[in-house]
Design a protein around this ligand. Structure first.
Ligand code: ACM
Length: 627
């Protein structure tokens, strides 16, 4: 290379590095969930192997935090930091402080993070706040790195941060499909990155009982196993005579203790759900006396059975309450949190209506309707758990027939149940299916694994978990729910959970004024790199084309095309060829599909590069959507 060229190249490279450094310094860090307040300064704090981690001595919880932090730092930077105890230690350091006088408004999960070019100071009233502050530092490290080699610097910032909601949950249904203990731990680990603090473990349902109960061993010997099926859930063939129930699994009490301890280290409380009096077919398969029908069923494998098989516990039988007392004794001995979720949803009443025993019981007790009978049952369960010093949570159906005195309501059929419960002075967790059901497909059903309805990323982001018209002090929090009928693997559980749970984490943590869809979208690409590094199988459906349809007055098919995220171009064809950026560009006006067109093909692009998947939509299929 000629010398002048070397000089020119060096100047060019230097300028490039300088521009990159300046633009990096000025870019707002794409942290999710968005902090309450973030003020950016100039410069960066560089972590090298001279940097120390200063943690006050004599506090086991903080020592644990230090070892977690070092685990993350060593993955990200290639080295772990020497841990020192003296808060006055000289030199560049990352300093963790417990500061009881810190004045974040009213909660123990807040933190303040001050990063200068010389040191990093993270303080919080409680260890939970330090944990969340460390998650922010972890994200800042990852967001500032273009490559692993570079990953060792933090932008100069001042952050004050605390959550909007006390309960920030995700639910995983492990009944319909079983997920291993190791997968559950990974799921919890991923939640912790985004400051979720409750893992709702849906442990029992019609398709499997997943928690070892030593006093009722058949619950897992029988109830944890069903016949294997693949295909379309609810259309599976029912169990055949003499067919082996070989699909399933359960968590031993030892497994559960291990997962609880793992979650506790990550400041996540686990709330177990034992779903009663409906959704109990797996328990009834193990102990038929629990239902009024008393029939010998097999565990349901995902075939149609509602109103056909009796999956309800018998509220008229004292043996049922004795059973539940023993089951809950073992459950509460394992789970240290304040709450037990007792289900209460979708309890069919037809078997109670048909049972002479149940009907006689209602007469004796002066119970007039099956809704009141359900309420009687839930109140008995509340008493059982109250004696064991636990509070109950139930799905919003526990409002039917009257709420149990101290029950917390999880509002899933929209917001209305929660609003009603709050008006009655009960705590509420909002989890409306329209915004938080992670089992719903995320984009065009021609591109996404089929379930029963759609929940786009934008819809998971744009809703208010604290509705107007109620006293907000009754809003305990919000939650995303992953039902697993159509989720046979852990990889697919991740696909359904992320990035919609990035959206939910911001809805639950960030102040409403910081909830901004335009800003959130700009954070997706950098956050996807973090998800990639964490080997999380997230969905990119928000970048894909969705076709919506209607018929005009002449019954011609009109097709609208959109993507969930803004700023993409959509190109399409009507001649069965694949579109590129020289095809017709969708301009926002619905396309009138002339008669005889077989299919529309559409794809999203940024410039000339395809971004989303290719949508191939047969017109016959699109016409069905107009009905
Ligand atoms: C529910 O989705 N059945 C709570």
């Amino acid at each position: 290379m000629k010398k002048s060229l070397v000089v020119k190249t060096s100047i060019y490279l230097f300028a490039l590095i300088f521009i990159c450094a300046v633009s990096k310094a000025q870019e707002k860090p794409a942290i999710i969930p968005e902090p309450v307040s973030l003020v950016q300064g100039k410069g960066r704090f560089v972590i090298d192997n001279q940097t120390s981690l200063i943690i006050p001595s004599g506090n086991a919880e903080l020592a644990m935090l230090g070892s977690h932090a070092n685990e993350w730092f060593s993955v990200l930077t290639g080295f772990s930091l020497p841990v020192k105890n003296k808060t006055t230690e000289a030199g560049c350091s990352i300093r963790l402080l417990l500061n009881p006088s810190l004045n974040n408004p009213g909660n123990d999960e807040g933190y303040e993070l001050s990063i200068t070019e010389h040191d990093v100071k993270l303080q919080a009233r409680k260890a939970a706040g330090l944990f969340y502050g460390l998650q922010t530092i972890r994200q800042l490290l990852q967001l500032s790195a273009e490559s692993k080699e570079q990953c060792g610097n933090l932008p100069v910032v001042e952050i004050i941060d605390y959550p909007r909601l006390k309960w920030r949950g995700l639910m995983l249904d492990v009944s319909r499909h079983f997920f291993s203990k190791d997968f559950v731990k990974k799921y919890i680990d991923d939640m912790a990155r985004y400051k979720f603090n409750v893992f709702h473990w849906h442990l029992t349902d019609d398709q499997g009982w997943r928690i070892e109960i030593k006093s009722f061993h058949r619950l897992t010997e029988v109830g944890a196993w069903r016949v294997p099926r693949t295909g379309q859930w609810w259309s599976y063939t029912p169990p055949q005579k003499d067919e082996k129930a070989s699909y399933g699994g359960y968590y031993t009490q030892q497994d559960i203790k291990e997962v609880i301890a793992y979650a506790a280290e990550r400041h996540i409380t686990i709330v177990p759900e034992i779903d009663v009096p409906g959704h109990s077919l797996a328990a009834i398969a193990a102990y038929p006396y629990l239902s009024a029908t008393g029939y010998n069923y097999a565990v349901n494998p995902g075939s149609k059975f509602y109103n056909i098989d009796d999956n309800t516990l018998n509220p008229a039988d004292e043996r049922v309450y004795a059973f539940l007392d023993k089951v809950f004794t073992e459950v509460v001995a394992l789970f240290p949190g304040d709450y037990v979720h007792i289900g209460g949803d979708e309890c069919t009443k037809n078997f109670w209506q048909q049972s002479a025993v149940v009907q006689d019981f209602m007469k004796q007790q002066g119970i007039k309707t099956e809704h009141e009978l359900q309420s009687y049952f839930i109140k008995r369960v509340e008493k059982i758990l109250k004696k064991k010093k636990k509070k109950i949570i139930g799905w919003n159906e526990i409002l039917e027939g009257g709420l149990a005195p101290e029950a917390t309501v999880m509002s899933w059929q929209g917001m209305q149940g929660g609003i009603e419960a709050a008006k009655q002075g009960h705590q509420v967790i909002f989890t409306p299916s329209s915004n938080t059901y992670l089992d719903l497909y995320q984009g065009d059903p021609l591109l996404e694994p089929n379930t029963y309805d759609m929940l786009r990323l934008k819809t998971a982001y744009q809703w208010n978990p604290v509705p107007a018209g109620i006293d907000s002090s009754y809003v305990l929090g919000g939650q995303g729910n992953l039902w697993s009928e159509s989720v046979p693997t852990g990889r697919h559980a991740e696909y359904m959970t992320w990035p919609r749970s990035l959206a939910l984490s911001e809805v639950f943590w960030s102040p409403s004024g910081k909830q901004n869809w335009a800003d959130f979208q700009t954070k997706l690409a950098p956050q996807f790199k973090i998800l990639d590094a964490a080997q999380i199988n997230y969905s990119r459906a928000a970048f894909d084309v969705l076709a919506t349809t209607k018929l005009d007055q002449e019954k011609q098919l009109l097709v609208s095309l959109s993507t969930d995220v803004d700023g993409l171009d959509i190109y399409y064809t009507l001649d069965n060829t694949n579109p590129d950026s020289s095809s017709a560009r969708y301009n926002g006006t619905p396309i009138v599909i002339p008669k005889g067109i077989y299919q529309i093909r559409a794809q999203s692009f940024k410039g000339n590069a395809a971004v989303g998947k290719l949508l191939i939509a047969p017109c016959g299929e699109l016409e069905k959507r107009t009905r």
